[in-house]
Design a protein around this ligand. Structure first.
Ligand code: ZN
Length: 443
């Protein structure tokens, strides 16, 4: 009896523990079922996207406290009325503060979009985003990701230590002469009989072109006019000498091996991730092809500037005119008239080439078709619009921006002598190069 009584006394709490354990197991099972079990789809069909970038590229993104775009791709379209089936929670890992934001989104075509406002007050550090969604059949979806929010002055996410090396010495056809020198001969800017002078002209054009590239990326050409003094991309643009070890190598010289009259093809090399990135091949065609500038042979500026040197226009190639010898000997008096023409040709040809180099470097740094303007940062995905500026509704911009389709430019515009002076990055492009921030509309 007493034994039974003791058993009875013990069995009560034990039973409770047992029931508790079973209850716990049931609870754990339920939680697992909720979070990772077969009923919750975590396959990524509910996707969290930043700035319209693919998830792979988006992993590298550092973001400012506001101004960027958070998008959630839903497994099925929904509208504002059914938003009780959808939750988005932000949690600052530093402060532990959480905020639920699904009611701030705009819903369109199965995508919920929010341009993060300043009033959200995001703090720097890691931010978790967790989204859940229940479809009309009751099936649950969940996804989460962490994003790093950095202070505005924390340095740019792309281009840290990136070096873009413009290789003017490439000799693709192994004839012992760099294609770039052969290109200059084609435009009357060099003569095979005067290689010493050709070298002088080539190095002056190279220097001019590099200066033009640096200018396009410089804060003085910031179309957003933020007044920030920092170098926006921390990219070094180097000509042939001392390119360093890890570079994005872009060859300058020759003609387009695909015969499509393109002045350049350069691929994306985010953060110089491909340490041997080499934009110099025929398969696929890569590089910058000055010879293709002949497509502009009817442009007034082309004829005006190159006319004195092109035999087809009655000119004499640099090096073959009697006065040109004075360029080397330094006989200023004799060279004066011809010299002004040569200086002008070097300036215009250098600026045209530099505009193309700045454009192609933009592709290497990430101005590629990964999401559309207004949401993404980039451009079209087909034909001439591939990786080039589009407006929100898919039209090319009327403004003459540097990342518009290459073929859309006149020779005058490439030379910086168009209506608006030197071609500049569109505000959206420049903001990306600086910070990966996105502005919500075309300015
Ligand atoms: Zn392009």
């Amino acid at each position: 009896m007493s034994r039974n009584g003791i058993q009875g006394q013990i069995s009560g709490p034990m039973l409770a523990v047992l029931i508790g354990a079973i209850g716990g197991l049931v609870l754990i099972t339920l939680v697992q079922f909720e979070l990772g079990g077969s009923k919750v789809d975590r396959s990524g069909r509910l996707a969290i996207l930043i700035n319209g970038l693919s998830q792979r590229i988006g992993r590298d993104v550092l973001l400012p406290n506001y101004g960027w775009v958070l998008q959630i791709r839903l497994p099925e379209p929904m509208d504002v009325e059914s938003r009780d089936r959808f939750t988005v929670m932000l949690r600052s890992e530093r402060t532990g503060a959480t905020i639920q934001i699904e009611d701030r989104f705009v819903y369109e075509n199965g995508i919920a979009t929010l341009v993060i406002p300043k009033s959200l007050g995001l703090s720097t550090g890691l931010l978790s985003v967790r989204a859940t969604f229940r479809d009309t059949t009751g099936k649950s979806f969940e996804n989460s990701r962490r994003i790093r929010i950095r202070s505005w002055f924390g340095g740019t996410p792309i281009g840290q230590r990136q070096v873009i090396h413009f290789e003017f010495e490439v000799d693709r056809d192994d004839d012992g002469i760099p294609e770039f020198l052969a290109d200059l001969e084609r435009f009357g800017l060099a003569s095979p009989d005067h290689p010493e002078l050709a070298r002088i002209i080539a190095s002056r054009i190279e220097a001019r072109a590099i200066r033009r590239v640096e200018q396009a990326y410089d804060a003085t050409h910031d179309p957003n006019q933020t007044g920030q003094p920092r170098d926006p991309v921390h990219v070094l643009f180097r000509p042939t000498s001392d390119p360093g070890t890890y570079t994005t190598r872009i060859c300058v010289g020759g003609s387009d091996p695909t015969h499509s009259d393109s002045v350049g093809h350069v691929r994306f090399d985010l953060r110089n991730e491909d340490k041997t990135s080499d934009e110099c091949g025929d398969e696929p065609a890569a590089g910058i092809f000055p010879a293709e500038l002949e497509i502009y042979r009817d442009a007034p500026l082309y004829r005006d500037v190159l006319g004195p040197f092109l035999e087809s226009l009655g000119g004499t190639p640099i090096g073959e005119h009697p006065d040109d010898r004075a360029l080397i000997s330094g006989d200023i008096a004799r060279e004066a008239g011809r010299r002004a023409d040569i200086d002008r040709a070097i300036a215009v040809f250098g600026d045209v080439l530099g505009s193309i180099m700045a454009h192609e470097a933009g592709h290497a740094l990430g101005l590629v078709p990964e999401g559309r303007p207004g949401v993404g940062l980039f451009g079209g995905s087909e034909g001439d619009l591939y990786a080039h500026n589009l407006l929100v509704f898919g039209d090319p911009p009327e403004n003459r921006w540097l990342m518009n389709p290459g073929r859309s430019f006149t020779f005058e515009e490439l030379a910086g002598e168009g209506k608006n002076g030197p071609l500049r990055f569109r505000p959206l492009n420049y903001a990306y190069l600086r910070d990966r921030v996105v502005v919500s509309d075309e300015r």
